[in-house]
Design a protein around this ligand. Structure first.
Ligand code: PEP
Length: 245
């Protein structure tokens, strides 16, 4: 099971010093935990996180180096202690026009630098309401994978994040989330032997009170957590629910 926090553009040195020591001290059980923080906080967090909590970034450049003002390369992330990088978050797709092909290239750049990409897919409310949720999500997955080569399921993570459930308090029902995860699992198995065993995280208003039910579903292998990852007690409670699974 995986629980990965996404701080988005939140946080401060004060939050780091309040959150990280408590997280490392009180985390227990068998769960892979990650925390994806804004770029400038990577060095401070790298010095404070213990071995069983992996540090992550929220984006990565597709390029290794060059005249790309404002971009941060996977090598730079690795040098600053990152082991994970979210790619293709719906906020990057929506506000920065990221395409599936770009997201696939970003995932490839991360992997080449030894960073585990967390590839996000998910449909909007309009797409779900028009009955196209599965088609949209599978199309995203196929198009991203067309640009991203890997040799083992351990090299990356997939996150299903229905856009309508992100930061809205509106969580997908366990049945809705499980159904999409099963669909993704089937497509991964068709893709390749290496893709078959990829862990699929659910993201979208995961909280301490709904985490256990989601984690009990057969194809939900953890969570990508936004809002609840800013409160250390809530994040610890979600990690504990994952460890119990
Ligand atoms: C996210 O940002 O990936 C996310 C799932 O946010 P939230 O948990 O706040 O819905």
């Amino acid at each position: 099971m995986y629980v990965v926090g996404n701080w988005k553009m939140h946080g401060s040195q004060a939050l780091i010093h309040q959150f990280l020591p408590k997280l490392c001290e009180q985390l227990s059980g068998d769960v892979n935990v990650g925390l994806c923080v804004p770029f400038p906080y990577l060095p401070a967090c790298a010095g404070m996180l213990s071995g069983n909590v992996k540090l992550g970034a929220q984006d990565v450049s597709e390029h290794q180096t060059g005249a790309y003002t404002g971009e941060v390369s996977a090598g730079m992330l690795a040098e600053n202690g990152a082991k994970l990088a979210i790619v293709g978050h719906s906020e990057r797709r929506e506000y920065h026009g990221e395409t599936n092909a770009l997201i696939g290239r970003k995932a490839a750049a991360a992997l080449a630098a030894g960073i585990t990409p967390i590839i996000c897919v998910g449909e909007t409310l309009a797409q779900r309401k028009s009955g196209r949720a599965e088609a949209v999500v599978l199309e995203q997955l196929d198009a991203v994978l067309a640009e991203f080569q890997f040799s083992s399921a351990r090299e990356w993570l997939l996150a299903y994040e229905p856009v309508w459930a992100i930061g809205t308090g509106e969580v997908a029902t366990v049945a809705e989330a499980q159904a999409m995860h099963a669909t993704l699992r089937e497509r991964l198995a068709q893709h390749s032997e290496a893709a078959k065993g990829v862990s699929i995280l659910y993201g979208g208003s995961v909280k301490p009170d709904n985490a256990a039910a989601l984690f009990a579903a057969a194809d939900i292998n953890g969570a990508l957590v936004g809002g609840a990852a800013l409160k250390v007690n809530d994040f610890l409670a979600i990690c504990a629910a994952a460890a119990d699974e």
